[in-house]
Every structure is written in C-alpha cells, then in structure tokens.
Write a protein that binds this ligand. Structure first.
Ligand code: NAP
Length: 320
C-alpha cells in the first residue's frame, strides 16, 4: 500500500509517499481502509522533531482518519468488516491507504457524516470537548470565548458549546473565518487582530467578562485573557507556540484558573465518555465537521505548510 514515510525529522519535504507492506490485524486489532485523513498542527510538530515525544523513524504520521473496517483480529467484538468508522489514533500511522488500530481506537461513524468529515473528528472534537467539560468543568448557561474559532478545534468548540447551551463568542482572523464561526453557532464573532476586540468582548458581557476561554494561541493571548475573565473564570490552554508574560495579580483578583491540557493525557474512561458524546452528536447532527480543503495524500508536504498558515477555515483533509 501507499503511505507517507518520514525517515528523518525536518521540514515538510521529509515526508515522502512510499510503498510499504499492508498491515495485518493481530488479536484485538483492526485494519481500516482509509478514505480520508485529518491534518493536525501536532503532525507538523512531530515531523519537525520539536514535539516532546518523538516516534522512532521511519514512521508514518497522523492520528485522525475515517474509513471502513477491512479486517478484524481475534477477539474483536465491537466492530466488524464493512463498518464505517472514525479513527482516534493508530498503531501504524494515519497518512496511508490502510491503518492498523487497536479496537478501542475506532468509533462508529454515523451514515450522515462523510468520510472527509469523519477525518476531522478525533483530535479537534475530543480536544474541544475535554477542554470545555473535563478541564474547565463548564456548565450550560456560562459564557465561553473560543479564542481561535475558525480552525479545526475552534469550529468543534463552537458547535459543542452552542449545542450544550452556552453563550458562545468566537474569534477569527479573517472575514471568512468569522463567518464560519458565526454559521456554526457563535452568538457573537470578533476579530482577534483588531486592536479593540477585547474591549468589545467586555461590552458584549456587560462588563462582567467571560466564564471560560478556550485558548488556541496562549503565547499571544494569555496575559490579556486574564483581564477579560469573570470572577471564577477558567482559561484552558489548548494551543501555544512560545512563551508569554502574565500578571498573576489579574488571576488572583478574579479567583481565576489557568488550566493546561493535552488530549493525549485523557484517561481511558475520560476518552470513552468523550467518544460517547461525539458519536451521539455526529448521529443527531449537532456535530458537523467542516472540511475547508481536500488534498491528495501525496500533497502531505503542502498540507503541512497550509495548516500552519493564517486564515484557517475548518479542516484540511488528505485523500489517499
Ligand atoms: P488550526 O485549524 O490551524 O486553527 C488555528 C486557529 O488559531 C485558527 O482559528 C486561527 O484563526 C487561530 N488563531 C490565529 N491567530 C490567533 C490569535 N492571535 N488569537 C487567537 N486565535 C488565533 O488548528 P487547530 O487544529 O484548531 O489547533 C489550534 C491549536 O491547538 C494549535 O496550536 C494546535 O497545535 C493546538 N491543539 C492542541 C491540542 C491539545 O491536546 N492541547 C489538540 C489539538 C490542537 P485565523 O486563522 O482565523 O487567524
């Protein structure tokens, strides 16, 4: 089968499309015929060798995909050959025509959700869900700022928060990105490049501030985030690409909490609960992954450049 292989860490060009042996399902494993692959920023950090954990090389990148179960190993009970699934991590890498997974790494994909949409489920939606409910412990009725609402995690967060009964404010850096956030359920949208946008946010909340911030770029925003939190507010750091200076007094005065998170820290029972919620949301149509761009698997290097550029619009998906 064809797969993207990385033999040394480096720029996007280290990803090459190669022929590799087809995977075989051992006990408790399944082989997924991959129809679409989700590109996440983390795939670029791992490829560059800057992520805290490095896979042994050569490796095939990618955690997110959707497709059809092609073969199941001994003892597999939850899924059968022919089932449509979304993939939440793999043993062999997602940027390929087939992926070897543990049975627990595949989840049913509702018929109403396309494979390209299914490729944009796991990392974005599980992250948004975990940030909102398991880290911030947000409760319906609260106000949530999705700081970076135009990309994969942001769109997911907007849909989840809107469906669950929050007041949702989303930010985007382009008109197109703000329209997307608005179309997907944000009650208000703001431009995170505009000089006055946090003043506008305070006005929108009647001077009270927001209860929860889901932060996609903490190295730029964390210091100012603390000034727009309501008393008891929580900011969840989802993304950060550098360091930042903060005034701890801004947190003290509000009884505010700064919470880190990575989806990879999710405990098995937490992930089980997240998937139960996502599968239900995909089935009932409240969760609708948005695919902004489709590219061929061979175009993985260009996709890695694109996912790091400004002007996000949902997900970038690769087609094998
Ligand atoms: P993405 O699809 O590339 O979207 C990036 C988002 O960040 C866009 O909405 C973009 O808006 C926004 N952004 C750019 N400049 C911003 C600013 N100054 N203030 C606020 N937002 C800004 O990426 P993603 O998949 O949504 O992931 C977002 C971040 O979370 C990435 O850094 C990623 O590595 C991280 N992440 C972490 C976890 C975890 O487990 N902790 C999981 C998934 C993702 P415009 O393009 O419209 O300006």
């Amino acid at each position: 089968m064809k797969a993207i292989r990385v033999h040394e860490f480096g720029g996007p060009e280290v990803m090459r499309l190669e022929d590799v042996a087809d995977p075989h399902a051992g006990p408790g494993q399944v082989v997924v015929r991959v129809h679409a692959i989700g590109v996440n920023p983390v795939d670029t950090y791992v490829r560059a060798g800057t992520y805290p954990t490095r896979p042994p090389v050569p490796y095939t990148p990618g955690r997110d995909a959707a497709g059809v179960i092609e073969a199941v190993g001994e003892g597999v009970k939850r899924v059968a050959a022919g089932d449509r699934v979304y993939v939440a991590g793999t043993l062999s890498g997602a940027y390929a025509e087939r992926a070897l997974c543990e049975e627990s790494q595949v989840q049913p994909l509702a018929a109403r959700v396309s494979f390209t949409q299914g490729a944009g489920v796991f990392v974005p939606y599980a992250t948004a869900y975990r940030a909102l409910f398991q880290r911030a412990r947000a409760v319906p009725g609260e106000t949530v700022l999705v700081h970076g609402a135009s990309g994969g995690v942001g769109v997911a967060a907007v849909q989840i928060a809107r469906a669950a009964g929050f007041t949702v404010v989303g930010t985007g850096g382009t008109e197109r990105g703000r329209k997307l956030a608005s179309d997907e359920g944000a009650h208000h949208v703001l431009d995170h490049h505009a000089p006055e946008y946090l003043d506008q946010l305070m006005s929108l909340t009647g001077g009270r501030g927001v209860d929860v911030i889901l932060e996609m770029l903490a190295n730029v925003n964390l210091g100012r985030d603390l000034n727009v939190l309501a008393r008891g507010g929580r900011v969840v750091i989802i993304g950060s690409r550098g360091t930042v200076e903060i005034d701890p007094r801004a947190a003290m005065g509000r009884d505010a909490s700064i919470l880190g998170m990575t989806i990879m820290n999710g405990l098995p029972q937490e992930l089980q609960s997240i998937h139960a919620a996502l599968v239900a949301g995909l089935e009932n149509g409240t969760l609708r992954p948005v695919v902004g761009r489709e590219m061929s698997l061979a175009d993985a290097p260009r996709a890695h450049i694109a996912v790091m550029e400004p002007g996000a619009h949902g997900k970038i998906v690769l087609l094998p």
